[in-house]
Write a protein that binds this ligand. Structure first.
Ligand code: PLP
Length: 225
């Protein structure tokens, strides 16, 4: 059922190697690309061996699930929220996550500004851009990104670290990565969270500073959720 620890260590090492190869091929340093291990829906038996390899950055897509999985076990780890955030969960999310990658609307930005005011170390923030303009997908539209970024910075005084996208499943991802990189560049944003199991090497070629890899590391997830 679960990958045994030897397999997990091997798949983690293989992933780091592929990231390094892709980075060098793009004239970049491997250390400039962070691997976010997406642990959502994974049983602890699958996560423990990845932790044992020294992996320290993990991604989760639900607040409640993340808290129940990582509470009491998160010393020295960086936890990133990569899934949608409801405004009624913002207080809990800012107290728990080191990074929130799904900032995608004005109300959420306002709520984040309120809840992080006075925090010594507020979570680092990424704005999600719906590069494919898919109706079912979260994220600000590409043409609204510049004004949204400016509103977050100028009016709400939020520090934005970068941008995040999830390209449409049925299209080549490259143009979406290129678009995200272009929006980041013209807004002076250094962080680019893009690329998943099937396309992280392409994302690195387009400048990803963090790739979010789940199934290529842990194996397939449980069927739902
Ligand atoms: C689940 C998820 C991933 C990981 O996807 P894989 O294809 O399993 O690597 C990456 N990003 C987000 C936002 C996700 O929800």
């Amino acid at each position: 059922m679960f990958p045994n620890p030897t397999d997990s260590a091997a798949s983690h090492a293989d992933l780091l190697r592929r990231i390094a190869v892709a980075a060098r091929a793009a004239g970049r340093q491997p250390r400039d690309v962070v691997l976010t291990a997406v642990s959502k829906q994974q049983p602890w038996q699958a996560i423990a061996p990845i932790l044992a390899t020294g992996q320290r950055v993990f991604g989760e897509n639900r607040v409640q699930e993340a808290v129940s999985r990582w509470e009491g076990r998160r010393d020295g780890l960086e936890l990133r929220l990569i899934g949608p955030l409801q405004t009624n969960k913002v207080r809990e999310a800012v107290a728990f996550f080191d990074v929130i990658e799904s900032l995608d609307r004005v109300r959420l930005a306002e709520s984040l500004a309120t809840e992080t005011a006075g925090m010594a170390r507020p979570p680092r923030l990424y704005i999600q851009v719906n590069t494919g303009e898919e109706v079912q997908k979260a994220g600000v539209a590409p043409r609204e990104a510049d004004s949204f970024i400016a509103d977050c910075r100028d009016r709400l005084k939020l520090v934005i670290e970068g941008l995040m996208c999830i390209p449409p499943a049925a299209e080549p991802a490259g143009p979406h990565f290129a678009l995200l990189a272009k929006i980041a560049r013209r807004n002076g944003l250094a962080g680019l969270s893009m690329g998943m199991s099937g396309d992280f090497e392409s994302a690195i070629a387009f400048g990803a500073t963090a790739v979010r890899v789940g199934s290529a590391l842990f194996g397939e997830r449980a069927a739902h959720g």
